[in-house]
Design a protein around this ligand. Structure first.
Ligand SMILES: Nc1ncnc2c1ncn2[C@@H]1O[C@H](COP(=O)(O)OP(=O)(O)O)[C@@H](O)[C@H]1O
Ligand SMILES: [Mg+2]
Length: 333
C-alpha cells in the first residue's frame, strides 16, 4: 500500500501568530490553509510538506522525515524559501502577493493574500460542460491574458520563470482579476518520488525543451504554456503534450476547427506561442503583448463547405491510421 499523506494542521492551530481556519488544498509539495492574522484578516498560508518525503500523524505539528530523506527535504526547503523570497520582491496585481515568510515546526510557511474566486481551470470545466460553441469569448480571453502577461513580464524581469503555468495555477478573483499562483517552489529540486530532477512538468502545457536535459529554457518556455492556456480557453481541453506533437502534430488541425469562431489573429498567436522550436516563438512577453493588444478590424475566416468535408475526411483517415498502427504494434508478428 502507498504511504499515507502527511496530515494537515487541524483548524485553530496557531502558527507564527496566524490561526488556521481550514485546509484549502493539499498537493504533492504542500498544503494551503485559510487562516486569520492577529487583526482577524484572512490570509492563505502554504506549508512546505512534500508528501513523498514526510509523514505527520493527525494532530502533530512537526513533520517527520526519515534520515535517508533528510538531505533532500532540506534542499527542497531551501528552494521553497528562496522562491518565496524572490516572490516577495514582486508586487503586481497579477502575481499572488507574499505577505510573510516564517520558519516553524521545522518547516517553512509562506503567507499570501487570500484570494476569493476560483481557478481558471474551474471556469473552463464549467464553461465546457455547457457545450457552447465557444468556451470563452475572444474579448474575455484577450483581457484575461493581457493581465497575466503584465504580471509575467515583471516576473521575467526579476530573472524568474514560472515553469508551471496552466489554468489550475491561474486564479480568477470575484472582482474578475487574473492572478498567477504557485511559482514552482520546491519543484526545481524534487519530483514526486523525491528524486533530483528538472522542474516538474504538466503535459499539454510544458514546452518540448522541458522534457530535454538541455538548458534552452527561458521566457519562451513560459510563453509556450501561455499559448497552451489560451488554447484551453478556446477548446475547453488542453492541447496534446509536446512529445505527442513531436511525433505527429495535430495542433494546426484542431485550431482550424476554431476558424470563424475566433479571429485569425488569435489562432495564429496560439500557433506562434506553441511553436515546437523555441526560437520560432515570441522571445519575450513584450513581443507577445504587442500582438495580443493589436486593435483594429479582426478577420474571421470561415471554413468553406469543401474545407469542412476535408477536415472530417482527415479526421476519419487519421483515426483509421491510428487503428492500423495499433493493430500492427500489438498484432501477431
Ligand atoms: N493565495 C491564495 N488564496 C486562495 N486560494 C489559494 C491561494 N493560494 C493557493 N490557493 C488554493 O490552493 C490551491 C493550490 O495552490 P498552489 O499554490 O497551486 O499549490 P500546489 O498546486 O503546489 O498544491 C490553488 O489551486 C487554490 O485553490
Ligand atoms: Mg498548483
Amino acid at each position: 500500500m502507498s504511504k499515507p499523506k502527511p496530515s494537515p494542521l487541524p483548524p485553530k492551530t496557531v502558527i507564527g501568530g496566524y490561526r488556521v481556519v481550514r485546509k484549502l488544498s493539499a498537493g504533492g509539495f504542500g498544503v494551503v490553509y485559510l487562516a486569520t492574522d492577529k487583526d482577524g484578516q484572512q490570509v492563505a498560508i502554504k506549508e512546505y510538506l512534500p508528501s513523498a518525503l514526510t509523514s505527520r500523524a493527525p494532530g502533530e505539528l512537526v513533520p517527520e522525515v526519515a534520515s535517508e530523506k533528510l538531505s533532500l527535504y532540506r534542499l527542497g526547503l531551501k528552494s521553497f524559501f528562496e522562491e518565496g523570497r524572490s516572490l516577495a520582491q514582486i508586487s503586481h496585481a497579477s502575481v499572488v502577493s507574499v505577505l510573510n515568510f516564517f520558519r516553524e515546526n521545522e518547516t517553512v510557511y509562506m503567507v499570501m493574500n487570500y484570494l476569493e474566486g476560483a481557478t481558471l481551470q474551474d471556469f473552463i470545466v464549467t464553461a465546457r460542460d455547457l457545450k457552447k460553441q465557444k468556451v470563452f469569448r475572444e474579448s474575455t480571453i484577450r483581457s484575461l491574458f493581457d493581465e497575466i502577461l503584465r504580471g509575467l513580464r515583471i516576473v521575467h524581469q526579476h530573472k524568474m520563470l514560472h515553469l508551471d503555468l496552466k489554468p489550475a495555477n491561474i486564479f480568477v478573483t470575484n472582482e474578475n482579476k487574473a492572478v498567477m499562483l504557485d511559482f514552482g517552489a520546491a519543484r526545481e529540486v524534487l519530483n514526486k518520488d523525491g528524486n533530483f530532477t528538472r522542474p516538474m512538468y504538466t503535459p499539454g502545457f510544458a514546452a518540448p525543451e522541458m522534457y530535454r536535459r538541455d538548458s534552452t529554457m527561458g521566457p519562451w518556455t513560459d510563453i509556450y504554456a501561455i499559448g497552451a492556456c489560451i488554447y484551453s480557453c478556446m477548446q475547453g481541453y488542453p492541447p496534446n503534450d509536446a512529445p505527442q506533437r513531436l511525433d505527429k502534430d495535430r495542433l494546426g488541425l484542431s485550431l482550424t476547427r476554431m476558424r470563424g469562431v475566433y479571429s485569425d489573429n488569435l489562432i495564429e498567436m496560439v500557433e506562434w506561442c506553441m511553436s515546437l522550436d523555441p526560437l520560432s516563438r515570441p522571445q519575450s512577453v513584450f513581443a507577445l503583448q504587442k500582438e495580443l493588444g493589436r486593435e483594429g478590424e479582426r478577420q474571421y475566416t470561415k471554413l468553406s463547405v469543401g474545407e469542412k468535408v476535408r477536415l472530417q475526411f482527415d479526421n476519419v483517415m487519421s483515426d483509421a491510421k491510428k487503428n492500423i498502427m495499433r493493430a500492427t504494434r500489438f498484432g501477431p508478428k
